[in-house]
Write a protein that binds this ligand. Structure first.
Ligand code: PLP
Length: 389
C-alpha cells in the first residue's frame, strides 16, 4: 500500500537550512577544514549542578512514572519565582505558566490553540523559520512585518496595511532577536501593548535569548510592560540560558486564556516531559544564576572579538545587543545566498544566508558565535583573502 502525506503536511514549509547542512557536509566530505558559523546550537555544556540534579532525579523511581499532565507544580512555581526575581513580574503558577517540551513546540502549537483556519497572524521578517510551521499546521494566513536597519529591527506597526491589522488575531515578536541580535526597548513593548489592545491582537514574545544581553544591559521581559499580561504571553526556554538545547524544556508565561489554550492542546498531544528533566529544570531556575552570568560574559567576549576581527577586514557588523548572533551585511554584487555559497566554496566558512529568515533578510548573513575565538578570527582572515571589502 502507498500512503500519502496529508494536505496539511504537504503544506509545511521546506526546511531552508537543511540545504545549508547538506552543503556543509558535502564540503567537509572533500576534506576541507570547514569553520561552521552557520548554526544556532549552543556549544557549551549544561552546568554540572543541573546535570547532577538530573542524575539524582533519574535514579529515583518516583520520576519514572507519567508526569502530571500539566507538569510538576514545583516547576511551574519555580518559573513564577524566576520571573518575580529576574523581572519583578507576578505570575499565578497554576493559571499563567505552561510547561513546554522546548519553546519550539509552544511556538508551533500556539496558532492551532487560539486561532481558527483562515485567521490571520503576523510574523516578523526576518524571523525564526519554525514560526512558519505553526502557520501551516493551523491553516492560518500569514502576513509579514518587516524589520530593517532603519527601524532598529523593531516592527513599525504603522507600516502595516490597515486591512491586515483589522484581520490579524496574533503577532509574534522575538527579542533579543534571532537573526539580527536586536533588543527591545520598554517604549517599543509599550507601543506593542497599545497596538495589541487597540486592535484585539494577541502577542507572543519569543524570549529564547532572554538571558543573553550585552554591555551591562539585561534584556527586558515583555511581561514587565504595564498591560502585557492582558494581551499576550512570553515563551522561555532552557536551551540557551542553561545550554540545555537537547533536554527539551521551556515554558510559556502570561495571559491566562492563552496559557489555558496551550495547556488544553498539550493535554491531547503530550503527557508533559520526563519528570527528572523537570527536577533538573527546577534546579536551574532556583540557582543563583552565576552560570548564566559566566555564559553571557563568554558570548560578549566572543562578540567583541569577532566584531574586532571583522572590522579589521572592513566588514562592518550590525551592532548586536543580545543573542549569540552577528548580523553581517553582504558585499556589493552578491546576494545572501551567493555570498554564503562563495564563503563556503572559497574560504570553507559556513554562514547562514539571511534570506532563509525571510525576504527582508536578503543582503545579510547570520553568524553564530558558537565556537572559540581563534576559529572565527581565522574565518575572518580567510574571508579577507577574497578581497571583498
Ligand atoms: N525561538 C528562537 C528565536 C530560536 O532561535 C530557537 C532555537 O534556536 C527557539 C525559539 C527554539 O528553542 P527551543 O525549542 O530549544 O526551546
Amino acid at each position: 500500500m502507498k500512503f500519502n502525506e496529508s494536505d496539511v503536511l504537504q503544506s509545511l514549509p521546506k526546511q531552508f537550512f537543511a540545504d545549508l547542512v547538506k552543503k556543509v557536509s558535502a564540503k567537509i566530505a572533500t576534506g576541507a577544514d570547514v569553520i561552521n558559523l552557520g548554526q544556532g546550537n549552543p556549544d557549551q555544556p549544561t552546568p554540572d549542578f543541573i546535570v547532577e540534579a538530573m542524575q539524582k532525579a533519574t535514579a529515583d523511581p518516583a520520576n519514572h512514572k507519567y508526569s502530571q499532565f500539566r507538569g510538576d507544580p514545583k516547576l511551574r512555581q519555580a518559573a513564577a519565582d524566576f520571573y518575580k526575581r529576574e523581572y519583578g513580574v507576578d505570575l499565578d503558577p497554576d493559571k499563567e505558566v505552561a510547561i513546554l517540551g522546548g519553546s519550539k513546540i509552544g511556538l508551533v502549537e500556539l496558532p492551532f490553540a487560539i486561532l481558527d483556519p483562515g485567521d490571520t497572524m503576523i510574523l516578523p521578517d526576518p524571523g525564526y523559520p519554525d514560526y512558519l510551521s505553526g502557520v501551516a499546521l493551523a491553516k492560518v494566513k500569514m502576513e509579514k512585518i518587516k524589520l530593517n536597519k532603519e527601524n532598529g529591527f523593531l516592527p513599525d506597526y504603522a507600516s502595516l496595511d490597515p486591512e491586515v491589522v483589522k484581520k490579524a488575531k496574533l503577532i509574534y515578536l522575538n527579542y533579543p532577536n534571532n537573526p539580527t541580535g536586536a533588543v527591545a526597548s520598554p517604549d517599543f513593548f509599550a507601543r506593542t501593548v497599545k497596538f495589541a489592545r487597540d486592535n484585539n491582537i494577541a502577542v507572543c514574545q519569543d524570549f529564547a535569548y532572554g538571558a543573553i544581553g550585552f554591555d551591562g544591559k539585561k534584556p527586558i521581559s515583555f511581561l514587565q510592560t504595564p498591560g502585557a499580561k492582558e494581551v499576550g504571553i512570553e515563551m522561555y526556554t532552557f536551551s540557551k540560558t542553561y545550554n540545555m538545547a537537547g533536554w527539551r524544556v521551556g515554558f510559556a508565561v502570561g495571559n491566562a486564556d492563552m496559557i489555558k489554550a496551550i495547556n488544553l492542546i498539550q493535554d491531547h498531544l503530550f503527557v508533559s516531559i520526563f519528570p527528572a528533566i523537570q527536577k533538573a529544570a527546577i534546579a536551574a531556575l532556583n540557582s543563583d544564576q552565576s552560570s548564566v552570568r559566566k555564559l553571557v560574559a563568554l558570548y560578549e567576549k566572543r562578540r567583541n572579538q569577532f566584531f574586532a576581527a571583522a572590522r579589521k577586514i572592513g566588514w562592518e557588523p550590525y551592532p548586536s545587543g543580545g543573542s549569540f548572533y552577528a548580523w553581517m551585511p553582504v558585499p556589493k554584487g552578491y546576494t545572501s545566498q551567493s555570498f554564503s555559497d562563495l564563503l563556503l566554496d572559497k574560504a570553507a566558512v559556513a554562514v547562514a544566508p539571511g534570506n532563509g529568515f525571510g525576504s527582508a533578510g536578503e543582503g545579510f548573513v547570520r553568524i553564530g558565535l558558537l565556537i572559540d575565538e581563534p576559529r572565527f578570527t581565522e574565518a575572518c582572515q580567510r574571508i579577507a583573502k577574497l578581497n571583498l571589502f
